[in-house]
Write a new protein. Structure first.
Length: 168
């Protein structure tokens, strides 16, 4: 009997000690805010690293919102170093590979047969609807995804991703 009471008491203490409270969240938030302010005062940044936003770039007389970045290739991503084109229409940016793959599957079902996923150095994932060899084709690809009502894109999407290894 004593053994059962002892086990029950230990379980009750263990379970009650793990509860998260609003006060705990508030305390963690205040500490994080304080660290961010200190880093900004020292000239640094405590913000999370994010995807870089595209900049307007003129290529062959065509103005495109474009970003150049080294990319990596994943298994079953739909593209590799040899098949990747110079200009890629990005329609999704994700931190989770699962989400990127899901969007790629939806794009393929919607008629974007060459949709693919590539990865960034900081473990982010770009979902590409179209891959084009020329700036003119990329401009048409951008217009196509912008006018596609089945895609709901938020700024800065869509834009062109130029893989660093093809930017020469």
């Amino acid at each position: 009997m004593k053994k059962i009471l002892f086990v029950a008491a230990v379980a009750a203490i263990a379970l009650s000690g793990c509860k998260t409270t609003e006060a705990n969240y508030r305390s963690a938030y205040e500490i994080a805010k304080e660290k961010q302010q200190r880093a900004e005062e020292e000239g640094g940044s405590a913000k999370l690293q994010t995807f870089a936003d595209p900049k307007e770039t003129t290529v062959d007389g065509i103005k495109l919102m474009m970003h150049t970045e080294p990319v990596g290739f994943i298994a079953d991503g739909g593209v590799n170093r040899e098949t990747m084109q110079r200009y890629n229409v990005v329609v999704g940016r994700f931190r989770q590979l699962f989400n990127a793959r899901q969007m790629r599957e939806r794009l393929i079902a919607a008629g974007y047969e060459k949709a693919c996923v590539v990865t960034t150095r900081d473990a982010g994932y770009y979902v590409i609807a179209e891959s084009c060899p020329t700036a003119a084709e990329a401009e048409k690809g951008l217009e196509k995804v912008k006018s596609d009502s089945s895609l709901s894109l938020r700024a800065p999407l869509p834009y062109i991703l130029r893989p660093a290894h093809l930017a020469r």
